[in-house]
Design a protein around this ligand. Structure first.
Ligand code: C2E
Ligand code: C2E
Length: 175
């Protein structure tokens, strides 16, 4: 069994950082990057059509998809990068010392990996999911505030959904 400390900081289903832990770690990381004048980037992501997975295969299948996605995200980023589950099917990744160009590379890698794999959701039933991602970076505008960067990334995530999902939107493609 996990300690109470562990439970306070992790999402019980996916075992990655919960919303509160992600915020705390992101804010500490933002402060450090600002002091050292290093960039950092935020990836805000949401699984596409997640509700239809639940509707077609049931909630247990939905849970499997979430666990699978969280594991894949974690294995696709570096140890010092921070990933968290910040909503139902929403994840956030914070990348220290990473500028907007590198952040786009990493976001595309995550998107491709999630889209490539078939997920076994029930006995001999598989499904495939995709993810939409919005990317923002500190130093784009000298702004290091995590909550502001997250809300910019969120708006770009919305844009990615509008454009048909399964894609990444960053600073260059705002309009
Ligand atoms: P790349 O995959 O094209 O990545 C380009 C740059 O993006 C990297 O330069 C790094 O600054 C940043 N980057 C890429 N992925 C991540 C990530 O998951 N987290 C963070 N924080 N930054 C990331 P860098 O470090 O000079 O690496 C140059 C190349 O070396 C990479 O090009 C890749 O081909 C290879 N490489 C470095 N580390 C790894 C690794 O752990 N696994 C794999 N498969 N390749 C690696
Ligand atoms: P790690 O640094 O914690 O990275 C975990 C995973 O994130 C990597 O698994 C890879 O899938 C992804 N990743 C991280 N950085 C990059 C990158 O720059 N480019 C790409 N394409 N993917 C990246 P992987 O490849 O199985 O590597 C496992 C561990 O092996 C890494 O853990 C790191 O400790 C080490 N490693 C692998 N390749 C390199 C490398 O080129 N340079 C260095 N310094 N370490 C490497």
């Amino acid at each position: 069994q996990h300690s109470l400390q562990w439970q306070a900081w992790h999402d019980p289903l996916t075992r990655i950082n919960n919303r509160g832990a992600l915020f705390e770690r992101a804010k500490a990381l933002a402060k450090r990057c600002e002091q050292q004048k290093q960039p950092y980037s935020v990836l805000q992501m949401d699984l596409d059509h997640f509700k239809s997975v639940n509707d077609r295969f049931g909630h247990q299948a939905g849970d499997k998809v979430l666990t699978h996605a969280a594991g894949l995200i974690t294995r696709t980023i570096r140890e010092h990068d921070v990933a968290g589950r910040v909503g139902g099917e929403e994840f956030c990744v914070v990348l220290p010392d990473t500028g907007p160009v590198q952040a786009m590379v990493i976001a595309q890698r995550i998107r491709e990996r999630i889209n490539r794999r078939e997920i076994l959701v029930k006995k001999s039933q598989t499904t495939r999911v995709s993810v939409s991602i919005g990317v923002s970076s500190a130093q784009e505008s000298g702004n290091y505030d995590f909550e502001q960067l997250q809300s910019i990334a969120d708006a770009r995530l919305y844009e990615a959904k509008q454009r048909g999902r399964n894609q990444v939107v960053g600073q260059d493609e705002k309009k």
